[in-house]
Ligand binder design. Structure first.
Ligand SMILES: O=P(O)(O)OC[C@H]1O[C@H](OP(=O)(O)O)[C@H](O)[C@@H]1O
Length: 312
C-alpha cells in the first residue's frame, strides 16, 4: 500500500485523528505522492495529484483543516513536472512547519488567560487546547484539569495521558457530569474542527453542552484554533457537514441484534453558537468569533471563487 492510501485509511478509521494531525498527515501524503509519481507528462502528473487530493478529501467530512491543507499544498503553477513536484514539496513542508508553530503560539497566547489556581475543563483531545494548558502549567501556574471521557471513541483518555505525563493534576469525568462539575471550573478550553464565517464552532459532539453549562455558570469558554480551521466554504452559505459515524461505535453489533428495530445515531460533532464563545485563540492572536470573516478572506486569503472551486 502506498503512503497515500495508508494515510487515507488511517484518517478514515481514526488511527490518525485530531483536526491538526489529519491536516499535517494529508499534506505529507500529497508530498509523498508528488515525489513518487513517475512521469514526464505534466498532464498525467496533475491528474494523479488531483486523484490523490480527492482520495484524501473524502476521508472525513467535517474538519476543515483537511481541505484547507490539501488546497494549500496544491497551490502550484508549473510548466514541468520537476517544477510542480518541488513546489508541492515546499508547500507541504511549509504547511507542516507553520501548523506546528501555530500550535506553539496558540499555547503562549492562550496561557495568558489561565490564571494561578485555575481549574480548566476540556473535552475530547485537542492538541491546541492541550498546548494552552501545558504552557500555563510550565509557567509555574498551579492548575488542574477536568477531562471528559468523550464517548464513544474515548479521546478523553488521550488527554488524560498527556496531562498525566506532564504532571498536571487531572480528574476524568463522565460526559454527562459536565454541568455537575461546571461550578468548580474557571475556564473551559476546547479545540476546533471548523469555525464558520459567522464564528460558530464545530467540534467534538458534546462541546456545545460544555458551552451551554459554561454560559449558565458565567465561566469563560475559550477555543484554541489555528487559522486554517476556519471554513472558506461557509462564505458561500454552505453548512459544515457533520460526520455520522458507524452505529457500532455506540452499541456493539451483538447488542444491536437484540433490538433489531432500534435506531442509533452517532454524529461525531456538534455546533456551538458564537454567542457562547468568549475568545478564539489563534496563532495571529486572541480574537472574537465575529472576526471569522476577516480570517477567511484576509488571513487565509480565500477568494469567494476559489472557495467555490473547492467544493467537489
Ligand atoms: O487539531 P486539534 O486541536 O488536535 O484537534 C481538534 C479537534 O479534532 C478532534 O476531532 P476527532 O477526534 O479527530 O474526531 C476533536 O474534535 C478536537 O477538538
Amino acid at each position: 500500500m502506498t503512503i497515500l492510501h495508508e494515510t487515507a485509511e488511517k484518517i478514515k478509521n481514526m488511527e490518525i485523528r485530531g483536526a491538526g494531525r489529519i491536516a499535517r498527515a494529508a499534506a505529507l501524503a500529497l508530498k509523498d505522492e508528488a515525489k513518487s509519481i513517475d512521469t514526464d507528462s505534466l498532464d498525467e502528473f496533475n491528474a494523479k495529484m488531483k486523484a490523490a487530493y480527492k482520495l484524501l478529501y473524502q476521508t472525513r467530512p467535517t474538519a476543515v483543516s483537511l481541505p484547507n491543507a490539501l488546497r494549500i499544498v496544491m497551490r502550484y503553477k508549473a510548466s514541468t513536472v520537476a517544477e510542480a513536484r518541488s513546489q508541492i514539496i515546499a508547500n507541504a513542508d511549509a504547511f507542516v512547519t507553520g501548523s506546528e508553530n501555530a500550535v506553539k503560539r496558540i499555547g503562549e497566547i492562550g496561557a495568558r488567560r489561565i490564571k494561578d489556581d485555575f481549574t480548566i475543563m476540556t473535552h475530547c483531545n485537542s492538541s491546541a487546547a492541550a498546548q494552552i494548558i501545558q504552557t500555563a502549567f510550565k509557567s509555574k501556574k498551579n492548575i488542574s484539569v477536568i477531562a471528559t471521557e468523550t464517548r464513544p471513541r474515548m479521546q478523553g483518555y488521550v488527554t488524560v495521558d498527556v496531562m498525566q505525563k506532564a504532571g498536571i493534576p487531572t480528574t476524568l469525568i463522565l460526559d454527562s457530569a459536565v454541568r455537575y462539575f461546571m461550578k468548580k471550573v474557571d475556564a473551559v478550553v476546547v479545540g476546533a474542527d471548523a469555525i464558520t464565517v459567522n464564528g460558530n464552532l464545530i467540534n467534538k459532539v458534546g462541546t456545545s453542552q460544555l458551552a451551554l453549562a459554561a454560559h449558565e455558570a458565567r465561566v469563560p469558554f475559550i477555543v484554541a484554533a489555528e487559522t486554517y480551521k476556519f471554513s472558506p466554504r461557509t462564505l458561500l452559505g454552505e453548512l459544515v457537514e457533520i460526520e455520522e459515524r458507524d452505529p457500532s461505535e455506540v452499541l456493539s453489533p451483538e447488542m444491536q441484534k437484540k433490538w433489531p428495530n432500534l435506531k442509533i445515531a452517532n454524529p461525531a460533532f456538534d455546533i456551538t453558537p458564537h454567542s457562547y464563545i468568549d475568545l478564539i485563540c489563534t496563532e495571529i492572536g486572541a480574537i472574537p468569533p465575529e472576526m471569522a470573516y476577516w480570517v477567511i478572506t484576509e488571513k487565509l486569503g480565500w477568494e469567494i471563487e476559489e472557495a467555490d472551486e473547492n467544493i467537489m
